[in-house]
Design a protein around this ligand. Structure first.
Ligand SMILES: Cc1cc2nc3c(=O)[nH]c(=O)nc-3n(C[C@H](O)[C@H](O)[C@H](O)COP(=O)(O)OP(=O)(O)OC[C@H]3O[C@@H](n4cnc5c(N)ncnc54)[C@H](O)[C@@H]3O)c2cc1C
Length: 369
């Protein structure tokens, strides 16, 4: 059986590793000259967002026989809105390094491969691969291929600007900022790499990459971070979010961000990328139904994205209220320490914010999603 994987990011590498375990060696093509993102960053895997599966590291180890080492465990999150601030403590999730260094999760997944060679500097075209191979796994992190197949429903862009700053940080504490003055209804975050370095990033969601540098400067000024010294700043390519109508078309399977498995709430999708990559390999080699395997991941993304529909109408006052709600003792317990699934949690928060009857425009937006 001949399998081509286009893209050696998280989803492509996880797929290749599962293929190997099932005794099929795929051909994996990467357009970059090495493995790993060219813009080094520290990413987050928040327990809150993967609550339906419990501890994500343990989950992928037990279910996928895949061991990944986080960079740090996250013990404290501070959330700030213009006139409010809450602090949450506990086992809140993990941070991972992305990029080309040895500790990066991309490299960790690459190191798991024993016999599969990643062909770097090899941009691959879907049409060409679909003719040559029995199966093609699209792991490009882009909407292009799903759009080409007529399967992509667009849900807007996420633009990121940020960099690596030098300062004094607690490696287990991440700060998340909400303020429409610079983030629109996106957010900014400081995610430490070490006691002296942190990734400082602004995520602008749904508004296009307009005035990103101006917004980033405003964020730094507003939050008193203007004196941070940056080792480098970068602006990764804008990414599309969306939903695919199907995950498989003939001999082509879509995984990770190419399958729309990054949510529009925070722009998170690392775990779904890894899981969908493994599922694609299992489906191809073991004859399992890919749509059935991957649908729960899409449902999870959709549930989180539904929250975004509400946030699109948020003012700074709404963010202040949301933080008061998320910081209230009883709710803190419910939100961070239970296994209540995300859509139930979503319903609960909306009810608390708006009472039994959410404003009409919110209902319309949810139905129209
Ligand atoms: C700045 C930033 C921060 C993020 N932070 C988080 C976070 O904190 N937590 C989280 O869970 N998610 C985060 N995300 C979302 C992240 O994109 C996903 O978590 C994850 O990277 C998706 O994996 P993927 O394999 O689908 O795509 P990617 O990891 O992007 O990999 C795609 C690969 O395909 C290659 N490629 C593309 N086209 C071709 C082609 N034609 N031929 C050959 N190779 C090709 C690319 O070079 C790349 O290596 C972030 C995204 C960005 C941009």
């Amino acid at each position: 059986m001949k399998i081509a994987i286009i893209g050696a990011g998280l989803s492509g590498l996880a797929c290749a590793s599962e293929c190997e375990k099932l005794n099929v060696l795929p051909d994996i093509f990467e357009r970059g000259d090495t493995i790993g993102w060219p813009w080094p960053t520290v990413t987050l895997e928040l327990g809150l967002l993967s609550r339906n599966i419990g501890n994500p590291i343990q989950y992928i180890r037990e279910n996928f026989n895949l061991s990944v080492k986080p960079h740090n465990q996250l013990k404290t999150i501070i959330m700030k809105s213009p006139n409010n601030e809450i602090k949450i403590e506990g086992d809140l999730g993990y941070s991972f390094v992305r990029g080309k260094g040895v500790a990066a999760i991309d490299q960790q997944l690459h190191n798991v491969l024993n016999r599969t060679v990643v062909h770097v500097n090899r941009p691959a075209s879907l049409t060409e691969m679909a003719k040559k191979y029995d199966y093609v796994v699209v792991a490009t992190g882009k909407d292009t291929e799903a759009a080409e197949l007529g399967l992509w429903e667009d849900h807007g862009q996420i633009s990121v600007i940020g960099g690596l700053a030098i300062g004094s940080f607690d490696p287990q504490l991440s700060t998340i900022y909400f303020n429409t003055d610079y983030a629109g209804t996106g957010y900014a975050r400081v995610t430490p790499y070490s006691t002296t370095m942190a990734t400082v990033e602004l995520y602008v969601i749904g508004q296009g990459p307009f005035e990103l540098e101006k917004r980033f400067s405003k964020f730094l000024r507003t939050e008193g971070l203007e004196n941070l010294e940056f080792m480098f700043k970068n602006m990764p390519p804008v990414f599309q979010t969306g939903k695919v109508k199907r995950f498989k078309e003939g001999n082509i399977l879509l995984v990770g961000r190419a399958a729309g498995l990054t949510d529009r709430l925070l722009g998170v999708g690392g775990l779904s990328a890894i899981m969908s990559g493994v599922y694609a390999a299992r489906s191809i080699i073991q004859g399992l139904d890919y749509e059935e395997l991957v649908k729960p991941l899409q449902d999870h993304v959709e549930n989180m994205s539904a929250f975004r529909n509400i946030m699109e109408n948020f003012t700074n006052d709404d963010y202040d209220k949301l933080l008061t709600l998320l910081g209230a003792p009883g709710i803190k317990q419910l939100v961070y320490n239970t296994k209540l699934n995300f859509s139930d949690l979503f319903g609960y928060i909306i009810k608390k914010l708006y009472g039994e009857q959410p404003p009409l425009n919110l209902t319309e937006r949810r139905e129209g999603y």
